[in-house]
Design a protein around this ligand. Structure first.
Ligand SMILES: [Zn+2]
Ligand SMILES: [Zn+2]
Length: 146
């Protein structure tokens, strides 16, 4: 995980460059995104925001996420039949571990996918722009309860 404070400052600087207006609510949201290693959904972010800013709407959360998506500063993970989840700490493609019980999503510290990119490009003739590699399993927390 990238240092949350460094990443937070990076996000603020990127949005300032875009002339994006940084309200206290948006700043709080950027702080959450920079520090979250659990890949929250928009509604989870909205709930976390609500303690501090009860007037925040889900639309505000989506709007900020969309702006970040446009400038490639958040990684969006889409799932069929489940909410999209977001990684604002590491916006570039990386592999994930997904718990099938509690739906927790962690970053895998093993960079298999990155090492495969040149091989796949060479073999297929594709210019690779992105990739996605998810590992499904049962997390240590859930295994303990077995
Ligand atoms: Zn779990
Ligand atoms: Zn991630």
């Amino acid at each position: 995980m990238v240092d949350p404070q460094t990443r937070f400052e990076e996000l603020v600087a990127k949005l300032r460059e875009q002339k994006y207006r940084l309200t206290p609510q948006r700043i709080a949201l950027l702080r959450l995104l920079a520090a979250s290693d659990g890949h929250p959904s928009a509604s989870q972010l909205y709930e976390q925001m609500n303690d501090q800013f009860p007037t925040t709407s889900l639309a505000t959360v989506y709007k900020t996420l969309n702006v970040l998506k446009e400038i490639d500063e958040v990684l969006e993970l889409g799932f069929s039949g489940d909410d999209n989840r977001y990684d604002g700490n590491k916006p570039y493609p990386h592999s994930h571990l997904i718990c099938i019980r509690c739906r927790k999503i962690m970053d895998s510290e093993v960079s298999i996918a990155q090492d495969l990119v040149p091989q796949v490009a060479q073999q297929s003739g594709y210019q690779i722009i992105s990739h996605r590699l998810d590992f499904y399993g049962v997390c240590p927390g859930c295994r303990e309860g077995e």
